[in-house]
Design a protein around this ligand. Structure first.
Ligand code: BEZ
Length: 213
């Protein structure tokens, strides 16, 4: 199934390490982070799921629920999680989907046959509380994801949903943001009292509006 940004995230029921889950019920009013990974008991995946667990408080702060999927079985998930917890000194507190019938992988196009006919690639989906897909990323099996980037995109999405701004290249929280081109400069001055810095008529910055500075 081909999915695009802005599409409704497909719902599903799946067997997970936390029991049977209806995806929408699991998400509730939260944002969702759906991660696929190639296989249990593999080194890069061990570091990734461990990192996701270590960042649990960061995801909670942002009202994000993580869930991961591979085509491995539930027993492997249970046993492997013990390794992840030990190796990464953490507690995997999010569900792992056992997608042996490939229902979720197919719905979210996570198997790329020319990369691997049997394993899921490293997909990232960020889903908003309205269940719309807001980000899709695909990494090759040999490259572990950058979780700073995932948090950064969540911060950008949540900020730009609240204010008429966009975030520039390599932006990080607390840095200046770009004022939407749909706002006239005279209106921007009122809407962004911390200042409007015009580099070009189409490139105007303001300090991040929702922080003390
Ligand atoms: C890994 O997680 O280390 C891995 C999984 C599949 C292919 C290559 C690496």
């Amino acid at each position: 199934m081909t999915l695009n940004l802005g599409d409704e995230a497909p719902n599903f029921q799946a067997n997970t390490s936390h029991g049977l889950i209806n995806f929408y019920n699991f998400l509730g009013d939260s944002w969702g982070l759906l991660l696929s990974y190639p296989a249990d008991y593999t080194p890069v995946c061990t570091t990734e799921l461990g990192r996701t667990a270590q960042l649990s408080d960061e995801f909670k702060k942002r009202n994000v629920k993580a869930i991961a999927v591979s085509v491995d079985g539930i027993e492997d998930h249970y046993q492997w999680v013990k390794d992840i917890n030990e190796v990464k000194e953490t507690e995997v507190d999010f569900p792992l989907i056992a997608d042996h019938d490939r229902l979720v992988s197919t719905l979210y196009d996570m198997i790329h046959p020319n990369a691997s006919g049997t394993q899921t690639v490293r997909s990232v989906f960020i889903i908003d509380p309205q269940k719309k897909i807001r980000l899709m990323l695909t990494y090759p099996a040999s490259t572990g994801r950058n979780f700073h980037e995932i948090l950064r995109v969540i911060d950008s999405l949540q900020l730009t949903d609240k204010y008429r701004v966009a975030t520039p290249a390599d932006w990080n929280p607390d840095e200046d943001v770009i004022i939407s081109n749909t706002i006239k400069t005279e209106d921007a001055v009122e809407q962004f009292p911390k200042g409007v810095y015009e580099i070009k008529p189409y490139l105007r910055y303001t300090p991040q509006p929702d922080i003390e500075k």
